[in-house]
Write a protein that binds this ligand. Sequence first.
Ligand SMILES: Nc1ncnc2c1ncn2[C@@H]1O[C@H](COP(=O)(O)OP(=O)(O)O)[C@@H](O)[C@H]1O
Ligand SMILES: [Mg+2]
Length: 461
Amino acid sequence: MKRSITLRMVAMFAVTTLMVFGVIGAALYGVLSRELARHQREELQTAYQDMEYMIKRGGTPERWEHAQAKMDTLMQSSGSLFFWANSSDPRYRYGENLAEIESRLVPDSPMGVLVLPGRAYPLFTLTRTIAAYQDRPAIQLTVAMDSMPYVHTLHAFLTALLVLSLSAVLLVVVLGYCIARVGLRPLQKMSAEAQMLGARTLSQRLQSESLPEELDDLAVAFNGALSRLETAYKQLEAFNADVAHELRTPLTNLIGETQVVLSRRRTAEEFQEVLQSNLEELERLRSIVNDMLFLARADQGEAATGRVRSSVAGEVSKTIEFLEPILDETQESIRIDGDTVAEALIEKSLFRRAMANLLQNAIEHSRPGAQIRVVIEQRPSSVSIGVSNPGEPIEASHLPRLFDRFYRVDVARHNGPRQGHGLGLAIVKAVAAMHGGDVFAFCAEGMTTIGFSVSSPAEGP
Ligand SMILES: Nc1ncnc2c1ncn2[C@@H]1O[C@H](COP(=O)(O)OP(=O)(O)O)[C@@H](O)[C@H]1O
Ligand SMILES: [Mg+2]
């Protein structure tokens, strides 16, 4: 079952109420029972003192008769008072079952509790000795008082407390439910608003001004997620449009050339020539599709699993070997500088692919005969590889976007024989990410530097 905030709050309210009533009730119970006990003790003392006053100065059996009569009257009239008197002289004794009572009293303690068979509640007792006087020996007088009223009052209090607490809990549950419902209303409003947002209204945001401040953070986070979603959605849309556009040009060329060649009778040489040109166009198509597939796999989080510790400079020079034919053609040269002994954990095929893209760009964007530099730099936890070539500085606004898919600074200029399709640097970025690194691009002193880094933990396999 789903957890409900309302139910949780109601439960917490109920438990809190119970706890408050429990603590207050326990305190009141303590005070009440102490006060009642004190009151009973006082009553007991008063009753004792009255009798003591009478017995003390009676030294004859006649006076003792009087005292006994008084005790009879007191017992009958109150119903909760009891007297027992014991002495060495059988004439000066009083009370039922005197011997048994004597045995039940705790010796040497004036205050006590007496449990009598046949009585539901115990008696509180006060026992003291009255000194001998004239003919009368010393008398041990016990006054007892029924604890029933005391116990009844406490019981009544407990019952009232219990009933009150339960009613309070019931009331709090009902009120708490209403309060929770009202309190959570802004949340419902927010979710209703969120439900109205759809793919077509991705640019809309939750109105956080009308929400209570507790929901502000949630709204801001939600809107942030929406923004990221919108950006990703727009990028995807743009990417789709770019893909369609990139594929359309070579396809149009292919169809056009094929139609032209079919419009007349052609010699075998002419066919061969057209097929040759079509093949180039098809290869170009294949390389776009391959690059796109590579980027899609990288997007899905495919990591560089075959990373081995290798010399960075070594991999760079192997990549350069592959480019020798082009370098010969353009009379350009490439020099490796910096920390040429640096090593890093790299997957060689990916690394060379990124390197080739950077070097091809550098060759393409510098004049024939130029000198290109590859600078390797060992950093605390990564190795960076930058490719610099002399050239016109790239406008600052373009720099961060160079690594976007299909992004080209000057589209019109892009008609050279080795023209790329705008995915080269996106692939460099994907390779860097697969190696836990990043990309960078800057222009300074007539040199354009574009490069990437790969993470390089101090110790590795
Ligand atoms: N070395 C460079 N000098 C100047 N501009 C560059 C350089 N490398 C890349 N660029 C710019 O970045 C863009 C993207 O590069 P890339 O992703 O390799 O695509 P492509 O080379 O296919 O155009 C290029 O179109 C170019 O405008
Ligand atoms: Mg390129």
